[in-house]
Design a protein around this ligand. Sequence first.
Ligand code: 3AL
Length: 188
Amino acid sequence: MDINVVNALTYEDFVQLFGNVVERCPLISAAIWSHRPFKDLEDLEVHITEFIHSLPDSGKEGILRCHPDMAGRDLQSGTLTRESQAEQSQAGMTTLDSAEVLQMYRLNSEYKERFGFPFVICARLNNKADIVRQLSERLKNDRAAERERAIEEVKKSVASGYTILSYLTFKPNCNKLTLQKCLLHLST
Ligand SMILES: NC(=O)N[C@H]1NC(=O)NC1=O
């Protein structure tokens, strides 16, 4: 896997490719571009999660507030990003019945009222039952503990099963030349 192509990207192409690795937070990729060259894609993921970890509480809460609710209005109105749409769909959020949609709305509303940021979970690692259970259980946390718990879920979305490479193959609408250049080199 040739990481040199990623390291050679202009910051414009880098942000276009990786800008939504953290939902609706392109600033993070724009910032870690300064840390290239990356040893490999795992090193790139580590830089992203370390940047998040280094933020003050207000910055971490800002990242959380950029996440759309699970089964929320963005899903209902079709305004989720491509990544979120796939993640929420995979977790069963697109096949809820009306009672389940109402339950998620009520739990999300209670959560946001209590914490001032939305319930965030790595949807790809959870199913519908997990999400409802975690939302109900995490409502009982204190604010500081829940902020850190939610940020851990964001980091799981960046690292674990969701490698940056799978992200790369996932974004066909980004700059074709950049993507083809990356995939050609990264797959060798
Ligand atoms: N609220 C929330 O966790 N939203 C995000 N999580 C995820 O995996 N996809 C999303 O849209």
